[in-house]
Write a protein that binds this ligand. Structure first.
Ligand code: NAD
Ligand code: GLY
Length: 360
């Protein structure tokens, strides 16, 4: 087992990465403060993984909250179901919430934990590749609004993150690929060596070679932890983790939550951001092709949905947490392996990308 550390003074926590560790009580018990434990999961994961975890926690007063499965349920209405269970079970402030699931469950569980009685402990047990390499680390929690993705939420750090690579065995290929979009993102924004390693190991990664997969997860978490350590509340460099996300969130919101997976939308957004970086003279056309090639090898889409024209994209991109005073600000690439901080871009240039990239 490997251990990484998120270093945030009083809010520091470990990330454990290993095989068959998701219900390891000796790891979990240090982070459970009282007898009361709520396990938050969804209908699909409850069938697969809930019983084993409940069994391990037999010395605690365990309640479960099983949400419907899907991005379309990541909203304030469904969030209330978590509070319903916490309150009906009379859970107090020293209770612990365990989020057992992908990014949707992790984001909702973290937000519920931040809000319930103004904050209870929570533990992340991420079960998708995307959640293991990105969403479970760093404390961004929240829900979607019909008008904008992740627009309601809080920064709230977990007490620990338990990454079990074995649970990925049941993950569908499409979901696995979606996770790779965020893995590739780290190479693009800050780690050229990792990007090159991914180019060399993508076939093994797609075949889910256990050693290659574990290394990809560990290197991703290390990148994420370093960025979060430097800028927990996103006043600077953390925004670079949003490469491709302004375009991607527009696709998710505009097409209806759940139509495009988050990672798929991010992959397309990374290509649009690369195209814009090329138009601004930062990347070469060969760089853009290189990025596209790696994403395609990960079985990810790279062209935007034809249903969204430039005008609609811009309308949707106007709802984004990086925007200031109504100006759209984007993360672009200076080169492969180095992102620029959020910057406004001339509307005409943005329209060129939106009208031309992937539109033939
Ligand atoms: P998800 O949580 O919807 O999970 C994807 C699907 O995989 C679901 O159907 C789920 O039930 C299923 N699943 C999960 N684990 C499985 C397993 N082990 N075996 C079989 N099926 C399994 O989606 P996701 O891609 O994990 O997360 C996307 C969400 O994460 C988005 O809402 C996005 O906004 C958010 N996100 C948050 C952050 C952050 O920093 N907080 C970062 C990136 C993404
Ligand atoms: N996923 C972006 C962030 O955590 O900042």
């Amino acid at each position: 087992m490997k251990t990484l550390q998120v270093e945030l003074e009083g809010r520091s926590y470990p990330i454990y990465i290993g095989e068959s560790i998701y219900c390891n009580l000796s790891l979990l018990k240090d982070f459970i403060q009282s007898k009361q434990v709520l396990i938050l999961t969804n209908e699909l994961l409850a069938d697969l993984y809930l019983d084993a975890l409940v069994k391990q926690l037999s010395e605690y007063q365990v309640a479960s909250c099983i949400l419907p499965d899907g991005e379309q349920f990541k909203n304030l209405t469904i969030l209330n179901q978590i509070f319903d269970v916490l309150l009906s079970e009379r859970f107090s402030r020293n209770a612990t919430l365990i989020a057992l699931g992908g990014g949707v469950i992790g984001d909702m569980g973290g937000f519920a934990a931040a809000c319930y009685q103004r904050g209870i402990s929570f533990i992340q047990i991420p079960t998708t590749l995307l959640a293991q390499v990105d969403s479970s680390v760093g404390g961004k929690t929240g829900v979607n609004h019909a008008l904008g993705k992740n627009m309601i939420g809080a920064f709230y750090q977990p007490k620990c993150v338990l990454i079990d690579t074995k649970v990925l065995a049941t993950l569908e290929d499409r979901q696995f690929s979606a996770g790779l979009a965020e893995v590739i993102k780290y190479g693009l924004i800050r780690d050229l060596e990792f990007f090159e390693w991914l180019e060399g190991n993508m076939d093994a990664l797609m075949a889910r070679n256990p050693d290659v997969l574990a290394e990809a997860i560990e290197r991703s978490c290390k990148n994420k932890a370093e960025v979060v350590n430097a800028d927990e509340f996103e006043s600077g460099v953390r925004a670079t983790l949003n490469l491709g996300h302004t375009f991607g969130h527009a696709i998710e919101t505009g097409m209806g939550y759940g139509k495009y997976l988050h990672g798929e939308a991010v992959a397309i957004g990374c290509c649009q951001a690369a195209d814009l970086s090329y138009r601004l003279g930062y990347l070469t056309d060969r760089d853009v092709e290189r990025i596209e090639r790696l994403l395609v090898r990960a079985n990810l889409p790279i062209t935007p949905p034809k249903e969204l024209d430039a005008e609609r994209f811009i309308e949707l991109m106007a709802v984004d947490k990086k925007n200031i005073d109504g100006d759209i600000r984007l993360i672009l690439l200076k080169k492969i392996g180095e992102a620029l901080l959020p910057m406004p871009v001339a509307r005409s240039l943005l329209e060129q990308t939106l009208n031309n990239y992937g539109r033939n």
